[in-house]
Design a protein around this ligand. Structure first.
Ligand SMILES: Nc1ncnc2c1ncn2[C@@H]1O[C@H](COP(=O)(O)OP(=O)(O)OP(=O)(O)O)[C@@H](O)[C@H]1O
Length: 287
């Protein structure tokens, strides 16, 4: 499946949330990266047919998002940013409820629930109340409900926000396991590490405008020639900090080590460095 987003626009009263977004999304995991308020959730909600664009079109496999919303929903799994669930029910009960709403046939429901619980590693907790779950477990249950009905398109909005590092790593591995031939997974995040760890392609969205990158490496290359590794003393560091954008720094005894973003060599002691994805992103978003 190829998802074609063409010149999509969306405004809320006078506030433009999306401005002329055009993206071609291939099977695999597609990351939508951008700062808070950039328009990620708006685009995700349009993809999930909760919002309609003011202009533009979305199509895949001959299905048109505006005309055939019911057909989109039949092939969609969606995990919203604020996936709220009753706390006093078990994971299995949540899945039975959502599976029924999604129209999964009764005869298939139990088998599907067992399969998605297995897929997200919650089988051992299937009959526990959701209120006892950690943030990571709740997020995994959110993925399980999105997987009911074996969707061709999975839309996941900011899934790793608020997870601790261990849960985040586990969750990223789970996301990679969702990849199937022909399946498109769209993931929005403001965490560069998520994209680095799981995404095949990505777009960076900034003030409602999206730019497509063929790979995370291509985004890193945006900072080519602008990243410097510098080693020196604390006094020079203080001067550099006033003049330049420092991305990271560590102190090692009496010396300091830093990575600096600058179009020109910031100091005699600075050497050109290979940019990271985060540095490419900072340059792109800063421009
Ligand atoms: N229902 C709404 N009514 C009015 N303005 C809205 C509405 N939804 C979003 N906006 C505005 O549109 C812009 C884009 O919001 P959106 O939630 O899509 O951004 P985001 O990238 O998902 O940010 P975050 O990561 O903070 O959720 C913001 O300026 C936001 O205030």
């Amino acid at each position: 499946m190829i998802l074609q987003i063409e010149q999509v626009q969306k405004a809320f009263r006078k506030k433009t949330a999306l401005e002329d977004v055009t993206l071609t999304i291939k099977p695999g995991i597609f990351g939508l990266l951008g700062p808070n308020g950039a328009g990620k959730t708006t685009l995700m909600r349009i993809l999930a047919t909760i919002l309609r664009p003011d202009r533009g079109s979305i199509t895949a496999d001959g299905i048109d998002w505006t005309r055939d919303a019911h057909r989109v929903r039949a092939m969609l799994g969606y995990l919203p940013q604020d996936f709220g669930i009753f706390r006093n029910v078990t994971a299995r009960e949540v899945l039975a409820y959502i599976g029924t709403l999604k129209g999964v046939e009764k005869g298939q429901l139990k088998r599907q629930i067992d399969a998605v619980l297995e897929e997200v590693n919650l089988t051992a907790h299937a009959d526990k109340k959701v209120g006892t779950f950690s943030g990571g477990m709740r997020r995994r249950l959110g993925i399980a409900q999105a997987l009911l009905g074996d969707p061709k398109l999975i839309v996941i909005d900011e899934p790793t926000a608020g997870l601790d590092p261990e849960e985040r790593v586990r969750f990223r591995l789970l996301l990679r396991r969702l990849v199937r031939e022909e399946r498109v997974v769209v993931l929005s995040t403001h965490i560069v590490g998520d994209v680095e760890a799981v995404c095949d392609q990505l777009a960076v969205i900034k003030k409602g405008k999206a730019h497509l990158f063929a790979s995370p490496e291509e985004l890193a290359q945006v900072a080519d020639g602008r990243v410097w590794r510098w080693v020196g003393d604390a006094r020079e560091y203080a001067l550099l900090e006033e003049k330049y954008r420092i991305v990271s720094s560590v102190s090692r005894g009496s010396t300091m080590e830093a990575r600096i973003l600058s179009d020109t060599r910031p100091s005699e002691a600075a050497e050109p460095a290979t940019p990271s994805l985060e540095e490419g992103y900072l340059v792109w978003v800063g421009e």
